[in-house]
Ligand binder design. Structure first.
Ligand SMILES: [Zn+2]
Length: 244
């Protein structure tokens, strides 16, 4: 085991990419459950099969760019075997001129996750942590995650959170039992707008429809439809003003 120690020469770098994923392990066999997922993601991002960690290092080295690299531990939510944080840290130590290892721990691991975080910081020298709430199935303000946050904060390290839309799961078949060819988001109004927009990108024939009262206009309702690109494709104002 070699503990990561940065060998970045900042003067020589033109940039630091703070968000690259370690998707392929060179130590463990690929989990068959993640193969379909990876292929769908490659199709969505119009890229070939993801590179290994040394290949990521070489790609960035040639461009004089450093990269923060991490796996995503979503074992509890998605049932995919994770790429070991230890592998990411050790391979980054071999390529410490360009790579900066972050770790990922599923908050569902609770106190064991916090112990793992401390071990990765002390023994492997990881420099931060990546969270992916949608893949890990949690809300960032979930108190269950705090024990892990506290371990990270105690070390004074950054935590990186994925927000907004995501290509994760794009192109995969989502089974909607009540309505096989259409997802009617108007009936799923509890979803926040960004979740609705995300779904429009994932599901064929999906349209999101926002219907609601416009504040301060009495009974004026507004209907907006979003297409697969997430753009507002129709906008109608139904004026039903009444004296209030
Ligand atoms: Zn990411």
């Amino acid at each position: 085991m070699s503990k990561y120690q940065s060998r970045l020469n900042v003067e020589q770098l033109v940039a630091i990419d703070v968000h690259t994923h370690a998707n392929i392990s060179t130590r463990a066999p690929r989990d068959p459950c993640s193969v379909i997922f990876d292929e769908a993601m490659a199709k969505y991002f119009k890229s070939a099969v993801p590179p290994t960690i040394p290949e990521v290092a070489q790609y960035y080295r040639e461009r004089k760019i450093a990269a923060v690299i991490f796996p995503v531990d979503c074992e509890a939510e998605m049932g995919h075997t994770r790429i070991a944080n230890e592998e990411v840290a050790e391979v980054s130590a071999e390529h410490a001129d360009v790579l900066i290892p972050f770790a990922s721990i599923d908050p569902a691991k609770g106190r064991m996750g916090a112990r793992e975080a401390r071990r990765l910081i002390e023994d492997y020298g990881v420099r931060g942590f990546k969270f992916h709430p949608s893949q890990q199935g949690f809300y960032p303000n979930d108190r269950k995650a705090y024990v892990l946050y506290e371990a990270i904060a105690a070390a004074g390290l950054p935590a990186l959170f994925h927000t907004g839309q995501t290509g994760i799961g794009a192109g995969l078949l989502i089974q909607v039992t009540s309505c096989p060819d259409r997802v009617d988001l108007a009936e799923m109004a509890y979803l926040p707008i960004d979740a609705q927009l995300w779904l429009t990108k994932q599901v064929a024939n999906c349209r999101a429809q926002q219907v609601g009262k416009v504040q301060g206009t009495g009974n004026c309702t507004m209907k907006i439809e979003y297409d697969r690109q997430g753009h507002a494709s129709q906008k109608e104002g139904k004026q039903r003003r009444q004296k209030v």
